[in-house]
Ligand binder design. Structure first.
Ligand code: ADP
Length: 451
């Protein structure tokens, strides 16, 4: 039945009809002895007609058969038509949605990667075939289960608890040796999650091969470089006796040997950090002391042109790995000195090292008034071997691994590195540590977790 297009709203037509019937009733009534009687005579069938149509509409809606539209006339016919049209449109929409859901399920079942839909408490609502195969889930039994009860790798539990889902987490499956899976949680809607599961075994093997190769090569290079360094140092005193062009060549040999030694050392540090467990150790670090110690040698290297200031909250301690934190401070302050413009005279360069509490925990901030870093380089400076340009620094030629080491060490402490820089004005590196890693020494020297 097609919807009847009415020019007037139903209620207006009904009102006119009622007024006409009442007027007729009153007219006929007054002709036969009393208009009240006439009104009763017309109203009773009118009300009965409405009641009957109400009964029809209720029976129709309860039956659920949209096509069995009750037959009527007048305003009720209009109402039935409109309800029919609305229900038809709704059914069409539902069929379309159903088709879409079936299409989505079919296509995600065909995906080589696993997909799981999780609710706000990480219970499984839906899984595709690949996810079932990769995680060994049962089609019906595991629906409604918490994913952490089924994927029991501690790394995954840590990943879920950390609530930072910008990265992924790699796990091994105990009953399938050699299989490495990468899991990534993607929040969508409010409080719903997609868990993407990828088989990264091959990638993992290649990565392991790369690590083994770099580790072996670095190890093998270390001995010949030490021998070379020994000869370079031993012959340093004899350099003056060489012809001038050989003197230059000899100095270059010395410089390049040092550079290669630093490269090998930095490579080995990054590999060691990659191989360590996700979370750093639990030593209580007196950061003020560490900053003082770690900058002692650098102060000598900086010379009179650069002034290094330390502003550290003496009561604020860090829980972590002392060697790695030393390496963070050493690299950041080392860079600030190294990339200070060569033409700065005595006292013109300033490097400030701050250690202070903030709302997220505590931050180690290294700022300088050096050359700064152009915006286009900022996103890349933490990448392995990335260097802004190849000019030698004040102290040494860089390896492009310093900031990689800083980010690796920081992430093991649950921290994050951020950089702000303006060319010609200087750079600020901020290492943010989470509350869980920060402790405050109280007056009687007891430590409590930072609030
Ligand atoms: P490198 O061993 O070359 O110093 P890093 O990873 O430590 O490697 O730094 C990457 C690049 O970032 C450097 O080559 C340098 O150009 C730039 N950089 C780092 N720190 C600073 C700084 N404080 N001021 C200016 N440039 C910097």
């Amino acid at each position: 039945m097609a919807a009847q297009q009415t020019s007037q709203p139903i209620w207006v037509k009904a009102l006119w009809r009622l007024v006409t019937i009442l007027a007729l009733g009153a007219l006929v009534g007054s002709a036969f002895g009393g208009y009240a009687n006439g009104l009763v005579v017309v109203m009773v069938p009118y009300v009965c007609w409405h009641m009957y149509n109400l009964y029809l509409i209720e029976r129709w809606l309860r039956s659920g058969k949209v096509s069995d539209v009750p037959d009527s006339w007048g305003m009720w016919r209009d109402i039935f038509d409109r309800i029919y049209t609305l229900q038809n449109a709704e059914r069409k929409r539902q069929r379309e949605l159903g088709r879409m859901v079936r299409r989505f399920r079919k296509s995600s079942s065909a995906l080589p990667d696993g997909v799981l839909v999780l609710d706000s408490s990480f219970r499984i609502e839906w899984v595709n075939t690949a996810a079932r195969n990769l995680l060994g889930l049962k089609k019906k039994k595991d629906i409604g289960q918490r994913i952490s009860n089924l994927v029991r790798d501690p790394k995954f539990s840590e990943y879920l608890l950390a609530k930072d889902y910008s990265g992924s987490c790699e796990i091994t499956v105990s009953d399938r040796p050699g299989l490495v899976l990468s899991l990534m949680l993607v929040p969508y809607d409010s409080n719903q999650y997609l868990l993407m599961v990828r088989d990264v075994t091959r990638l993992h093997q290649l990565e392991q091969m790369r690590r083994d190769f770099v580790a072996n090569a670095s190890h093998e290079l270390r001995t010949p470089l030490t021998v070379l360094r020994g000869y370079v140092d031993a012959l340093d005193d004899e350099v003056e006796s060489l012809p001038p062009h050989w003197q230059k060549a000899w100095l270059a040999v010395g410089k390049q040997t040092s550079h290669m030694q630093r490269l090998v050392r930095d490579l080995m540090v990054t590999l060691r950090l990659e191989d360590k467990p996700l979370s750093a150790g639990d030593q209580i670090i007196d950061m003020q002391r560490l900053c003082d110690d770690a900058t002692q040698e650098l102060k000598t290297l900086a010379g009179p042109d650069i002034e290094i200031t330390i502003k550290a909250d003496a009561r604020l301690m860090l829980r972590g790995d002392i060697i790695e934190i030393q390496s963070i401070v050493g690299n950041l302050v080392g860079n600030a000195i190294n990339y200070m413009p060569q033409d700065y005279g005595p006292g013109q360069g300033t490097v400030t090292l701050k250690w202070q509490a903030n709302s997220k925990g505590a931050a180690l901030i290294v700022s300088d008034n050096g050359a700064g870093i152009a915006k286009k380089h900022l996103a890349h400076i933490t990448e392995r071997f990335y260097r802004v340009d190849n000019r030698p620094g004040r102290i040494q030629q860089g390896t492009g691994l310093g900031l990689t080491i800083v980010t690796q060490a920081l992430s093991r402490h649950g921290g994050k590195l951020s950089v702000k820089s303006k060319v010609g004005q200087g750079t600020v590196f901020k290492c943010q540590f989470p509350k869980g890693r920060v402790l405050t020494a109280t007056d009687n020297n007891l430590l409590r977790t930072g609030s």
